[in-house]
Design a binder for this molecule. Structure first.
Ligand SMILES: O=C(O)CCC(=O)C(=O)O
Length: 277
């Protein structure tokens, strides 16, 4: 509890008081109090569920890489076959070393369909998912059912983002023309810090560590008025390693040419975001 309070920055909402009053405890279905529109489930997925989600996500990303990379990884895992993994091992043990993956240095393709501002994401792999490999992972379907049950609406698009150990995401607000009023993020692998900062001058800010298996949701005002970032550092353990997030967004509605206040948006450039690194 004390650690959580230390992690939360200037608290105009008396978040820590709220947490004390609401009896903070680690339970996978506990939802904590944050500014309106932000929800956080610290231990939503069990270790086994995390391993299933991470394995399926890596499977999708890995199969889109070059044959050379796939062969290299196969050799690597063969050389490690003596230390067989169990479902109790931390999910991060499913990552191969950084140099086994084709991480991109920085996003440079403007106009990418789901829209990340150029230069915001560093040292990453990513994929927009059209389907999950449920036939390859026997308990994946039930884990996905639990995941998608958290979504406020069901018209969604799913994006997987794998950060290298030194990867990071600079402060940005998602492209409002590429998705709607909420985004939900699942963190898997090494813990990182999510920083939220209101875009206005002297804006309110808070941050929290995202352990593997945690889920957060940003909706409505907080989704539009706060910059979010994932830093290279971790506040607690000091070990910075690879992290994979599953980002689910509501698909842009036919009304997405209206901005959050309901006015016509005159300039919607596909792939753009407001960015303030
Ligand atoms: O990985 C995360 O938790 C955040 C990802 C992100 O900022 C984004 O996809 O816009």
């Amino acid at each position: 509890m004390a650690a959580l309070c230390r992690l939360i920055g200037s608290s105009r909402m008396g978040i820590c008081r709220l947490l004390k009053n609401s009896g903070y405890h680690h339970h996978h279905s506990t939802v904590h109090q944050f500014p309106d529109g932000f929800s956080y489930w610290p231990n939503y997925f069990t270790n086994k569920e995390q391993r299933t989600l991470l394995s399926a996500s890596l499977y999708k990303l890995d199969s889109s890489e070059t044959r050379q990379s796939r062969v290299k990884r196969k050799e690597y895992w063969k050389s490690r076959s003596n230390d067989d993994q169990t479902e109790l091992d931390p999910p991060a043990t499913l990552f191969a070393p950084d140099d086994m993956y084709e991480f991109q240095e920085v996003r440079t393709t403007s106009g990418f369909p789901k829209g990340h501002f150029d230069g915001v994401i560093h040292h990453y792999r990513e994929m927009h998912l059209s389907s999950w490999p449920i036939d390859k992972f026997c308990d994946l379907k039930s884990v996905l059912d639990r995941l998608y049950s958290l979504c406020p609406t069901q018209d969604v698009q799913t994006h997987i983002l794998h950060l290298a150990s030194h990867g990071e995401i600079l402060p940005h607000v998602d492209n409002t023309s590429a998705s709607g009023r909420w985004i939900l993020g699942v963190s898997l692998g090494h813990e990182r810090v999510l920083k939220m900062r209101e875009e206005s001058q002297d804006g309110h800010e808070f941050s929290l560590t995202l352990p593997s298996g945690s889920v957060y949701l940003q909706r409505d005002d907080i989704r539009y008025s706060y910059l979010h970032s994932i830093s290279k550092n971790t506040q607690e353990s000091g070990v910075v390693g690879q992290r994979l997030s599953i980002m689910i967004r509501v698909s842009p509605s036919p009304m997405s040419w209206l901005n959050p206040q309901g006015f016509l948006t005159l300039m919607t450039v596909p792939g753009s975001m407001t960015c303030n690194p």
